[in-house]
Design a protein around this ligand. Structure first.
Ligand code: 5GP
Length: 189
């Protein structure tokens, strides 16, 4: 199969990486397609099955782990499993496109290790933990408990930033989007 490239965006929840990834997906010259992850968590807000995620049961998720269907998977939060199905990469590469991932730091680094030459791994850094808290509260899609769980994980995640190929500081979203575009464009050249 013809191999495209892999573009990984990882960051603590609320850093703005999803917004940046959506922006890049809207730029036809980058020829990107979103890697739809499988997850055992419930859909949130307007999320659509087969577009934002493949929403599957915990039982089904565990069957895929056993069958070794995942390129990588993580129990990102307790009982909330997320993973990239190998079939997802094949699906996108078969179309002659590059794959872009919005995944957690451990998953992102695992993909980089599996495909070191083909992968650009980018870490999106939030201005501060306090700012992250404000953003997650504004989003108001999760309970206080879940927000606190995400904040607690963020400090650990921030420590992994130096392991990524590049770091983007998301202080100003427009600047971060432009920086992301340039990084990806140059990598795909
Ligand atoms: P959320 O519940 O906010 O959609 O996602 C929670 C975290 O899981 C985010 O950091 C998101 O990027 C990450 N995530 C989403 N899909 C995957 C995946 O396939 N693998 C891994 N390792 N993490 C993922």
């Amino acid at each position: 199969m013809q191999q495209g490239k892999l573009i990984v965006f990882s960051a603590p929840s609320g850093s703005g990486k999803t917004t940046i990834v959506r922006h890049l997906l809207g730029l036809p010259e980058l020829n990107l397609e979103f890697s739809i992850s499988a997850t055992s968590r419930e859909p949130r807000g307007e999320e659509i099955d087969g577009s934002d995620y493949y929403f599957i049961s915990l039982e089904e998720f565990k069957k895929h782990i056993k069958a070794e269907d995942f390129l990588e998977w993580e129990e990102v939060y307790r009982d909330n499993f997320y993973g990239t199905l190998k079939s997802e990469i094949d699906r996108i590469w078969a179309k002659g496109k590059n794959v872009i991932f919005d995944i957690d730091v451990a998953g992102g680094l695992r993909i980089k290790r599996k495909f070191p030459e083909e992968t650009l791994a980018v870490f999106v850094k939030p201005p501060s933990i306090d700012e992250l808290k404000i953003r997650l509260k504004k989003r108001s899609t999760e309970s206080e408990d879940k927000i606190n769980m995400r904040i607690a994980k963020a400090s650990v995640e921030l420590a992994t930033a130096p392991q990524f190929d590049r770091i983007i500081k998301n202080y100003d979203l427009d600047i971060a989007k432009q920086e992301a575009f340039e990084l990806v464009r140059d990598f795909l050249k």
